[in-house]
Ligand binder design. Structure first.
Ligand code: AMP
Length: 609
């Protein structure tokens, strides 16, 4: 297939933003495409070479493209860059300088889509020292034979600057029209796409066998399923209304409330002992989670499965969840082993899409959840929890609620557990792959009420660090001062905000204060590795104050049996050596801050904030 046919269509698509026109151009293009080339065409119009999960990336830098254009055109790099600056598009700049040359030379042989696609694939696969030169060679060989318009599109594809604005839905409309004779058949394509995440193979099937072939698509291990998404609910009342729960005060149906964890969504595929992990965007992120990959097969009561989970960074000493950003340290290509030991994660399963040959997509949530709990075995957190109850793998806690009060309580519990809110799920709903609907609702406590104030807290204990922090105090246990009892109740652990120098300084300041036994004025349920004389005061900021079943600050002041704790505390870098421990923030102050943020939250909810 001549590449000029594609570049003509691309040019037509760039010139319009109307969906109907785009669809028309695509139907026409698909009609002219031989079956063997169809997948390539489908990827290319989306600016890709292969489906997302295969991770084939072009990644050609502008500098390199300029070198290739120079090589083909004979123009100097500075001349090309000038044309680029003037027009703002390197593809057009190439077309301009090559166009000048085209008038004087003879164009050898028309380039084909197949040749362009193969060359782009070859470029994407090149690695290593000499790869840059090879890339330049491949690109310039294409440019040598390309017309100016073709050259412009080759470069746009290479640089990832093709912006057609064709949504996947438009492509599916056009495929449905071209190969099943009716745009109305798009749902059949959507279904096939949802379970394969590969629009190229969906197109090939539609072209080869129409609706019958599309119906053959099945969920299978290692083909990621497009994730089901949630709608947002403003508050508890709205979420109940949307879920069709208690209406007008009457008690309606119940629905599930799961903790909404703040991490990265992962889709875990397992088959024959092999494991692959896909991100929410369906990239293959298996290399980031060697620890998960290693352990999952042993935790599953199924040979083959597709499971969804939230991976969350944790403090290995305490099992407490850490903010999402911590997890991003794993997004690196080198030193993954180090990242894995420095940033441990828990994996918290919330859905099962497939198990042992059975697709679960059309099963109701309640049945999927039941199966999930049946096949996922909990792991005590070998190497992680140190007896603190850290679960390496567990199902996200779930409760059934039916009214706004129940939702509020569940929300409170989830925040105290270090989560960011709730996911509410309709028990009868299937897994709607690739779509956002009201069968899943997300309800978050907004953090507009971030504590404006820092707190001065007393260091009462510490946990030894791991990895880079080995031999130092990696995490400190902090307390407020309760002046009514003359005690130091624990209020949080803090392990973030420390530079290497801070850690060294802490060690110097704290090691002379180590005590053999816990000072009786310290009120804590935790088992620190070392206890200190309560003397050193440090400054900390936090995102909010929450009720806590573990920490002892302001015990019972807000709710019977519950203390208060800081959520996401962070050391500001300041030790307050001028302050005595009795000068630290008091329980009273912490209660006032807690009430203050509740008030702000309530006012916000009422629309007055
Ligand atoms: P959002 O990213 O704000 O649209 O919220 C949806 C995301 O919440 C999902 O993509 C998951 O990554 C995450 N999540 C956390 N906990 C759950 C849960 N229990 N069920 C479903 N998704 C969850």
């Amino acid at each position: 297939m001549r590449f000029s046919v594609l570049s003509e269509s691309l040019s037509g698509m760039e010139a319009t933003a109307k969906r109907l026109d785009l669809t028309g151009i695509l139907v026409d293009l698909f009609g002219k495409t031989p079956p063997g080339v169809l997948p390539a065409i489908v990827y290319l119009i989306q600016g890709k070479l292969r489906p997302e999960f295969e991770g084939v990336e072009l990644g050609v830098a502008e500098k390199l493209a300029v070198r290739a254009i120079a090589k083909s055109s004979g123009a100097s790099a500075s001349k090309i860059e000038e044309a680029y600056r003037d027009g703002g598009d390197l593809g057009l700049a190439a077309a301009a300088v090559l166009g000048r040359k085209a008038q004087t030379t003879f164009v050898a042989e028309p380039i084909t889509v197949e040749r362009v696609y193969e060359t782009l694939m070859r470029i994407a696969r090149l690695e290593g020292q000499r790869s840059q030169d090879m890339k330049v060679k491949h690109i310039s060989s294409l440019l040598n034979d390309a017309s100016p318009q073709e050259a412009a599109y080759v470069l746009k594809l290479l640089l990832g600057t093709l912006r057609l604005g064709v949504a996947e839905n438009t492509v599916m409309d056009a495929l449905a029209a071209a190969f099943t004779g009716d745009k109305g058949n798009r749902p059949a394509l959507e279904r096939a796409y949802s379970v394969s995440s590969d629009l190229g193979s969906v197109a090939a099937a539609a072209a080869a066998g129409g609706l019958g072939a599309l119906a053959e698509f099945r969920v299978s291990a290692f083909s990621p399923v497009r994730p089901m998404l949630a709608e947002r609910a403003r508050d508890a009342a709205e979420s109940v209304a949307k879920m069709g729960g208690a209406a007008e005060g009457g008690r309606g149906g119940e629905f599930a409330a799961e903790f909404k964890l703040d991490g990265e969504r992962v889709q875990v595929h397992v088959s024959g002992g092999r494991v692959q992990v896909f991100s929410r965007r369906l990239e293959n992120i298996t290399p980031q989670y060697p620890d998960i990959v290693e352990r999952i097969p042993g935790l599953l009561g199924a040979d083959e499965a597709i499971l969804e989970a939230e991976a969350v960074a944790v403090n290995a000493d305490t099992g407490e969840f850490l903010p999402f950003q911590e997890l991003m340290h794993r997004r690196r290509k080198h030193n993954v082993d180090r990242a894995v030991s420095q940033y441990p994660v828990t994996i918290n399963f919330f859905d099962v899409l497939y198990a042992d040959g059975r697709s679960m997509l059309d099963e109701p949530y309640s049945e999927r959840r039941r199966l999930l709990e049946e096949i996922v075995r909990r792991d005590g957190g070998e190497g992680g929890g140190r007896g603190t109850g850290l679960e390496f793998a567990a199902c996200v806690p779930m409760s059934m609620v039916g009214d706004a009060g129940g939702v509020e309580d569940a929300l409170e519990n989830s925040i105290s557990a270090g989560c960011e809110g709730l996911m509410l799920k309709a028990p009868g709903a299937p897994y709607q792959a690739g779509s956002r609907g009201s069968h899943w609702l997300k309800l978050k406590r907004e953090y507009r009420n971030e504590l404006g104030d820092s707190l001065d807290l007393v260091v009462v204990g510490a946990f030894f660090g791991r990895g880079r922090r080995a031999g130092k105090y990696g995490t400190l246990l902090l307390a407020t001062y309760d002046d009514t009892r003359d005690a130091f109740p624990s209020v949080c652990k803090v392990g973030t905000g420390f530079t290497d120098e801070d850690l060294d300084q802490m060690y110097q300041l704290l090691s002379p204060r180590v005590t053999r036994r816990k000072n009786p004025r310290i009120d804590s349920q935790m088992e620190a590795d070392v206890w200190f004389e309560p003397e050193l005061v440090v400054e900390v900021v936090a995102s909010e104050i929450t009720l806590s079943p573990v920490h002892r600050a302001a015990m019972g002041a807000v709710r019977r049996g519950a203390g208060l704790a800081l959520r996401f505390p962070k050391f500001t870098g300041r030790t307050r050596q001028e302050k005595s421990a009795e000068g630290a923030s008091t329980d009273e102050e912490v209660v006032a801050l807690y009430r203050g943020q509740r008030k702000v939250a309530a006012e916000d909810a009422a629309g007055r904030g």
